[in-house]
Design a protein around this ligand. Structure first.
Ligand code: C5J
Length: 228
């Protein structure tokens, strides 16, 4: 199935069979009230607002038979994969590994570290636990995508300017064509989201493409109807 999506700075063309949907860090601790994000003073309702549209895309992508990858920012319980600089940075009252409202902060297996129930991974979908902001650093993501012949990536998730943008830049440097779905990503700082979208498609798509999710939903619905 060939997908031809109106996008910025120009049309994003890909084949379903060589494209993966990458969902970045839609974890309870970043998105749900009472989690780590909220304890840092952030308004998590900004992030939770994108969940319904992310669900629409995930459902349509699954229906079309596309490959799905979920990521989580997650460290080993002994924090051996977490640089001391990452733990000590900033003046948060809770640090990585401390016990927060939903268990230990950014530690694999803890309740807050799980992907929100609305976007729960299904059997057969890849889940990448990543110690960095970028999903390619110290993970098997690149190898797994290469094994499946993936050349194009469609991104959703949070936060736009941190883990989403970092992963897109890593992907871009590894030769993937990347599209970010504009209303399926969010930041605690709306101005950072706006700036990131501009950065991604600036200079003829220096990092990739951006488009509203409806463009993908419409193309998927049309191809389903025509039985392509
Ligand atoms: C993500 C963060 N997922 N902001 N993490 O963006 O620390």
């Amino acid at each position: 199935m060939q997908l031809n999506l109106p996008a910025r700075p120009y049309a994003f063309k890909c084949k379903l069979s060589s494209t993966a949907l990458i969902i970045i860090d839609m974890q309870r601790d970043f998105i749900e009230p009472g989690g780590f994000g909220e304890t840092l003073g952030n308004d998590v309702s900004l992030l939770s607002a994108i969940v319904p549209q992310c669900q629409n895309v995930l459902n349509a992508w699954r229906k079309a038979g596309g490959m799905v990858v979920h990521t989580r920012e997650a460290h080993r319980p002994d924090l051996s994969d977490c640089p001391p600089a990452k733990i000590s940075r900033g003046n948060a009252s809770l640090r990585i590994g401390d016990v927060g409202p939903m268990g230990r902060i950014l530690v694999a297996g803890e309740p807050g570290n799980q992907i929100i129930p609305e976007l729960k991974p299904m059997d057969g979908e890849i889940v990448i636990d990543k110690p960095g902001k970028g999903a390619f650093y110290a993970t098997s993501l690149h190898e797994q995508l290469q094994q499946r012949g993936i050349s194009h990536l469609i991104f959703m998730g949070v936060t736009t300017e941190v883990c989403v943008q970092t992963t897109m830049r890593e992907a871009n440097d590894r030769g993937y064509d990347c599209l970010l779905l504009e209303d399926c990503t969010e930041s605690y700082f709306p101005e950072f989201k706006t700036a990131t979208l501009e950065m991604v498609h600036a200079q003829g798509g220096i990092v990739g493409w951006t488009a509203p999710a409806d463009t993908l939903l419409q193309v998927l619905a049309k191809t389903e109807k025509s039985g392509e």
